[in-house]
Design a protein around this ligand. Structure first.
Ligand code: WTA
Length: 648
């Protein structure tokens, strides 16, 4: 029997206390599909609205009139929902446990403290001239100020755009320009695995190419000297001195924007995914509660970075809306050693732990001892996100980390979906390693073939969602046409996810990976087009094609075929230069793992690069390249095979 046939039933102990069992799941799921207005009308009440909504769903996915509105006549404030409303009963409960990169540093922040700090932050932003609707770029490491900054923006109605602190100055500049953000919040430096990251320096570099940045607010983090420009750069601790610790939350319309988050697609530059206020928060908080079976008192830890959507929805907004205690970790899983995650679990008595398959595979490679010497008794639920989890890693996570006691929720979702879409509910769903299992409430997944024909039963196809849910993105910031083209043109009337998927005979979904030109490197989305345009921006490169290939730890690695301009040699030194070049253009996460210099790339007679062939060669699976007769110059393929970098 293969791993994939194994079924792990809901443990009895878990089922007894779970929020949702299978009968309730079936009943609620059916209700959510039969009458979305009634279902979401009811569940929208989990938030505190300053003006109660009377409308629930107002959505059209038609080409002519694409719009997505939920709870549109209601008003609320996200920061009020994540903080103020908990103060009556939970002022002294810990809201955020911050664990530093240095294992001797941590801090507990209560809801009362969080309230004061977020208010202060909001007042500082106001004093800098930030107003409702303004875009604020946040380029911060995993320090509590990142959460304060997000919630402060939400409090005054400013739209935050967080740029992952691992992105380069160049990438940061592109994102600042795209949303025309005039304020940036950053820190002197970040700290990861005891290495410092020059954040302020990157910002200084970025604003040389970003027009219209008036103010840079700088949090002192490592304390190492950085240059500060008078009139533009402001130290947070100086600006915050003596500032009022109360700030009135602004009533926002449900469809007012909450944040922009840039993500990679198959074409062009990253797009600004826009999420709004009401529907997003309903979705983030409800999925957080039910998927993680969250109950008051639980200590919950999501290891993501706030620079990614997982950090937005499942470190900050979802958990805090539910008054959860959420742990925020500055460091990396292998510093000071590969026991770090489990030491942190023991130190803070973490009950629910949510991480990515790439971290699990990396730790698996370090051996069991790093896990087994820790207790982990507090854990009761494990989660996975970001990429397909291979059954071997799943079983290691289940047996070695969870001592065969804790269910694993393999959660499939995307930046665009705002929150979890397909996932087990741990008290309801028997698990199959490698399967994200069943849809969350309100989600109607369908598999279609390339013609858009809906496939029934056990089958494989492209994953689409056939109706809206409250957490879905509303548009691409500043480019509604791109929103239409990217998500609603391949299969009119349906949202196309870009993922391939299999459905088995039990109706379980198995995500097979991207079917577009996006690769998933360590759970991070990277557009092959972005890496290609970075490469061709180098003086010596005339053409580049980038594909993914299977990588033991990262899931997928980046394989770049590079054609140099005439007269240049593809030396190992140049290959190294190109890797560094891409790091500087985009960031370390985009570093090519392999560079193959190629005199020519396989193209059709009309000049289109045949990526299928390049993928097969990168995977070392070139014995069956399919039809190459349409190539303009079939000989280039022989050279590519001869000089491939991934020889088994
Ligand atoms: C992939 C991350 C398989 C998928 C939340 C999706 C997954 C892309 C899973 C979105 C999972 C995410 N199983 N694949 N559990 N979760 N993916 O926008 O290809 O960074 O389209 O959002 O990650 O990545 P994003």
């Amino acid at each position: 029997m293969s791993n994939q046939d194994k079924i792990f039933p809901v443990p009895d102990d878990f089922a007894k206390n779970a929020l949702i069992d299978d009968t309730l799941y079936q009943k609620m799921y059916q209700a959510s599909i039969d009458d979305p207005d009634a279902f979401w009308g009811e569940h929208g009440k989990r938030l505190s609205w300053s003006k109660q909504y009377t409308k629930v769903k107002d959505v059209s996915w038609s080409k002519e009139n694409l719009h997505v509105n939920w709870f549109s006549d209601g008003e609320l404030n996200v920061s009020y929902n994540c903080i103020d409303r908990h103060l009556k009963d939970k002022a002294d409960q810990i809201a955020i446990i911050w664990e530093g990169d240095d294992p001797n540093k941590s801090e507990n922040i209560t809801f009362a403290q969080l309230h004061r700090r977020v208010c202060r932050f909001a007042n500082v932003l106001k004093s800098m001239g930030v107003q409702k609707g303004d875009r604020v770029t946040i380029y911060l490491p995993m320090i509590p100020e990142a959460a304060y900054a997000m919630l402060a923006c939400a409090r005054i109605g400013a739209i935050h755009s967080i740029v992952f602190a691992g992105f380069s100055a160049e990438a940061l500049a592109g994102r600042i320009n795209d949303c025309r953000s005039s304020v940036i919040i950053t820190a002197d430096e970040g700290l990861r695995g005891s290495k410092s990251v020059p954040l302020k320096k990157n910002v200084d570099e970025a604003v040389k190419h970003a027009l219209g940045v008036d103010k840079i607010l700088v949090v002192e983090n490592t304390g190492n000297p950085v240059s500060m420009k008078g009139g533009r750069d402001i130290w947070w601790h100086e600006a915050a001195t003596g500032v009022d610790e109360f700030c009135e939350p602004v009533a926002m319309k449900a469809e007012d924007p909450l944040f922009i988050l840039y993500t990679s697609g198959s074409t062009g530059q990253p797009k600004g995914v826009l999420h709004t206020t009401g529907g997003y928060l309903v979705w983030a908080s409800m999925t957080h509660e039910y998927v993680f079976d969250y109950k008051p008192g639980d200590i919950y830890w999501c290891t993501a970075d706030v620079g990614w959507v997982t950090g937005h929805s499942y470190i900050v907004y979802g958990p805090l809306a539910n008054a959860a205690t959420t742990l925020m970790f500055e460091g990396v899983p292998t510093y000071p050693d590969a026991s770090r995650f489990w030491n942190v679990v023991d130190k803070h008595k973490v009950n629910i732990f949510y991480t990515a398959p790439t971290a699990i595979r990396a730790l698996m490679g370090q051996g069991e001892d790093f896990v087994k010497k820790t207790s982990r008794k507090s854990l009761r639920l494990l989660g996975s996100v970001g990429e397909p989890i291979n059954p071997e890693a799943w079983e290691w996570y289940y047996k070695v980390v969870g001592d065969s006691r804790c269910p694993i929720v393999d959660t499939w979702w995307q930046t665009e979906t705002g929150g979890i879409m397909i996932s087990p509910l741990p008290g309801a769903t028997p698990l199959k390693p490698g399967s994200a299992t069943r849809p969350f409430f309100g989600i109607k997944p369908e598999l279609v073939d390339s013609e858009g024909v809906v496939l029934e039963g056990a089958t494989e196809g492209n994953l689409v969602i056939s109706d809206s849910w409250p957490g879905q993105m509303r548009t691409v910031y500043g480019d509604h046409q791109r929103f239409k083209d990217t998500y609603f043109s391949a299969y009119p009337g349906k949202y196309f996810t870009g993922d391939g998927c299999r459905r088995d005979e039990d109706g379980y979904y198995w995500i097979t990976g991207r079917v577009d030109d996006v690769i998933n490197v360590s759970g991070h989305r990277m557009g092959t087009a972005e890496v290609e345009s970075a490469l061709v921006a180098h003086d010596l490169v005339s053409e580049a094609a980038v594909v993914g290939y299977p990588h033991d730890v990262k899931g997928q690695g980046i394989y770049a075929y590079v054609t140099l301009s005439a007269g240049n040699d593809g030396t190992p030194e140049l290959a190294k230069d190109l890797v560094n070049w891409v790091r500087a253009e985009i960031g370390p996460i985009a570093s090519p793992d392999k560079i193959q210099f190629a005199p020519g790339l396989p193209k059709t007679r009309s000049g289109k690069i045949m990526r299928r062939i390049l993928r097969k060669i990168a995977e070392d699976e070139f014995s069956n390249l399919g039809d190459t007769s349409t190539l303009a110059d079939p000989e280039v393929v022989d050279d590519l095979i001869e000089n491939r970098q991934n020889k088994k």
